[in-house]
Design a binder for this molecule. Sequence first.
Ligand code: ASP
Length: 341
Amino acid sequence: MSNRRDFIKKSTLGAIAITTALGHSGFAATKEDEKGNESGIGNKQKKPVIISTWNHGLPANQESWKQLKAGKPALDAIEAGMKIPEADPNVRSVGYGGYPDREGKVTLDACIMDHNSDCGSVCFLQGIMHPISVAKLVLQKTPHVMLAGQGALQFALSEGFKEENLLTAESEKDWKKWLEDSKYKPVINIENHDTISMLMLDQDGNLSGGCTTSGAAWKMHGRVGDSPIIGAGLFLDNEVGAAAATGLGEAVIRTAGSAMVVELMRQGKSPYDACKEITERIYNKHKNHKDMEYLQVGFIALNKNGEYAGYSLRSGFNYAVSDDEKGHRMEDAKFKMSWDK
Ligand code: ASP
C-alpha cells in the first residue's frame, strides 16, 4: 500500500509539474472552473479537445494535437500520439517494454474507432511494436472489426510491419521475480501508467478514439482484456459522445463499461455523472467478488460539446487534457474511495 500511496503522491506532483500551456496561459478561471471541470461546465462547444488516460497521455496528446492542427485526419492524429507510449520502454503497460504474461510473452491489445462507427481492433498480438497502427489498418483495409493472435500478426506482416522482441531486459527481470511465487494479482495503476485510451473531438466536431495496451501484467497466456473490445474499453457514438476505460479489464467487460457511459450521456447525463454512475455500478456488482481486492477501474468521457470528465473507483487515476483554452495539462480524476478501503 505504501508504494501505492507514494505513486499517488508522485502522480499529483507530476501533474502539477507537467502542466504546460499552448498560448492561453493567462486564462482566468471562471466560476464554473472553480466548481470543477469534472462536470464539464465551462467547456461548452469547445473543439478540438483531446483527452487521454494517465501521465503517458500527455506526450501522446501533444503529438496528436500537433497532427490535428496540421490538418491530419483524426485517426492519423490518434495513431501518431499513441505510437509514443507504444515505443517507450519506460511505459511498462503499453507496447514495447510492457509487462509480459505469466509465460514471459508480451501480448498486445488495441483498437480504434471513428465518427462513422467504423472500427478496427487487434488482440493477443505479439512481436509488433505498434498495434494501434495495425488496428487502424484492420478498420481501413479489411471487412472485419477484430483480428486476433496469429491472424493479426499475419495481417501485420503482410502490411509490412516488422516482427521484433518487445520484452525488454527490465520487464524480463520483473517477470522472473514474479515467477518466484507466481501469485496472480494484476498490477493495476503501475507507476501511474496503464492502458492509454484517447478520445478526440476534432476541428469538424467529430468524435473518434483509440486504446492500446499490453494488458494486465502476469495474465494467463491468451487473456484478452477490455481495451480492444468495442463497447468495453472504448465506445463512441458521434451523435452523443465517447468513453474509454482503464483498469481491470474483466470488470469493464462484465459491465460493457464504455458503451454504458455513452448511453448515459445519450440520456442527458454529463460526462462526469455518466462515468461516476458506471463506476458505482461496477463497484456494486463487484463488492463481494474475488476481484474486489485489486479492483480498479477508471473512465474518461467526452461529449459532443467538448465537455469531458474522468472518474475512477479508487484514487490515483489521472488523465491528460488538451484544448485551445488551457493547453496541455494533467487533471486528477475524482474517485469513489482510496486504496486503503
Ligand atoms: N484495461 C487493461 C486490461 O485489463 C489494463 C489497464 O488499463 O490497466 O487489459
